[in-house]
Design a protein around this ligand. Sequence first.
Ligand code: SAM
Length: 222
Amino acid sequence: SHSNTWTKVDEYIGEKLIEHDPVLEQVLEANRQADLPAIDVSPSQGKLLSLLAQMAGATRILEIGTLGGYSTIWMARTLPADGKIVTLELDPHHAQVARAHFALAGLGEKVELRLGNALEQLAQLDREGTEPFDLIFIDADKPNNPAYLRWALHFSHPGTVIIGDNVIREGEIINKHSTDPKIHGVRAFYDLLAEDPRINATAIQTVGSKGYDGFVLGLITG
Ligand code: SAM
C-alpha cells in the first residue's frame, strides 16, 4: 500500500539524515509506556521544526500542545543558553511525562511548561506582559485553531514564524459540509490566514509514517 511505502521512505530519510538520538528514542518509548497517544510529530518533522527554529534565529519559542515533549525537545535544543520555550498542555498526565523528559534531555532550564487550558494560559501570559515569540508552533485541539492563531498574531513581531500542524487531515479539509469540529476549526484557521494582512502563509501536504496530513507555514510581515 502507499502508506507502507511512505513509512519505508520515512525510515530511509531517518537513516540518511537524522542522527541516532538515544534521548528522543527514549522519549517515544516512555510515551508509549505511559499510554500517551502516538500523535507526536515524526522524526523528520521534528527535525524540520528544529531547522525552522535555527533559520528564524529563535530565542523565544511558544508551543501550544506539549504531549510528551517530543517536538518541544527538538526545538528547545536549538535555543541559545538564555533562550526559552514556553509550552502549553491541558492534560496533567501528559505534562508530568513531558516534565520528566525535559529533565532527561537536560533542558529543564529552557523549557517552561504551563499546565492548563491553552486559551487561559495565553491570556495569563498576556497579563504577565510576555515578550513576543520568534517561532510559534500550534499543535493542540484543532477546534481552537482560529483562537490560537489570533493569540499567535498578538505575540508576534515582524519575522515571527508560525507553524500549524494537521491542516490537511487526509484531504478532509476540502469538505465544506464536514460536521467534524476539527475540520471546522482548521477551515476557519485557513480563513483567518487568508484574511489577515499581517501574515503571509502557505500549506504543505505531507505523507509519511504519520499518514497523509500537512502543515501551515506562515511568516509575520507586519
Ligand atoms: N506537539 C506534540 C509533539 O509533536 O510531540 C504533540 C501535541 S498533541 C498533537 C496535542 C496535545 O494538545 C495533547 O497533549 C493534548 O492534551 C493537548 N491539548 C488538547 N487540548 C488542549 C487545550 N485546550 N489546551 C492545552 N493543551 C491541549
